[in-house]
Design a protein. Sequence first.
Length: 439
Amino acid sequence: MHIRDRIEEQLPEWRERVARLKKDHGNFKIADVTVDQIYGGIRGVPIQVSDISYVDPTEGIRLRGYTIPELIDILPRRRNTEFPIAGGLFYLLMANALPSDEEAYQVEEEWRQYSKVPDYVYDVIRAYPMDTHPMAMFSGAVLALQSTSKFAREYSEGILKADYWKHYLEDSIQLTAKVPHIAAFIYNRKYRDGKMIDSEPDYDWSANFANMIGKGENPEYRDLCRLFFVIHSDHEGGNVSAHASHLVASALSDIYYASSSGLNGLAGPLHGLANQECLRWLLGVLNYFEGVPDPDDLREYLRNELDSGKVIPGYGHAVLRTTDPRFTVQMEFGERHLPEDTVFQLVQRVYGVLPDILKKTGKVKNPWPNVDAINGALQHHYGVKQFDFYTVLFGISRILGFTAHAVWSRALGKPIERPKSLTTGMLEAMTAEHTAPAL
């Protein structure tokens, strides 16, 4: 069954559930907001409903209810490969149903049909100076596709609100089809002297990206791309990139505007750039010790770093209170394929000693590694050593999540998002009234 038909089949029930909650429990209070939370970025305050994904503090991200290990096990994959094809994941995120092999490959086939990128988009990328960050090129290229939006065209001519989602879905399929080609073009222009490689018709979406950046002959790297694009695809709706994309789409900006805005959020050093900071730190440690240090030397080094006020990148998480399953599945990949790699060995060694050190400080809620602690190390091993491109890899995957959220937001008729702001004076008055002594 096509994604569109699967969504249409479910919509009456979903719309009824939402309407019932609003009608019967519209005044039910979910959470109180404190002054600390207002000034602290609304961290942890429930402000959205996200049925696409949810971060469980002990099990990690769940995509449509499935944990990362479950997804790796049950999603369709190609014969003699380790990890699922992205078409199956996209189907699950969009259609809220586990795909058959046929349904997963139907997505991959649609992507093949819509994969050609207009020449003017490549011209936009070429117009950027060579020292431009690849995320700016990526976001600009996605935005340049806006003129192809089916939703924007149909909306200007007048369409039923109940049908918005159908055109968002069509735009989403066409955008995601082109994303690997755009990203590969940027990589080749910046790092391979403009040498381009055509897509391979027999490869799936993820493997084709590996092929187009000159690494298609390595089956391990093709599988690493499959793994990477599955595990980075979504992470609830409240993180910067997902929320930025949702916010822009809530104004009925089309999927190209919304996805470009999400990529812009992802480009920030407090969000998507974290993976390159982790690898930079690992390489710095290797340089300091001229190799992988023994556990005692590393333990002393880490304590000194923490005592001097520095942060060890890749450890801790706003929600998780356990080792990120996305870290674990990549660690298992490394143990199978690159056990002799010194950067990977350092990742293992840090994992072996740092959590206990962090726990003893009593200052961290989660002393365990997150996904950023390892993914740069794996890319580095296979020759993708350009740090500033790692966020583009992240973005390729995350667009799968952006688009799924946008389609379902339109399908369920979610309104434009418009939270209320207060002034400092208002807060001072409210808190003074609250703490006024009793007469």
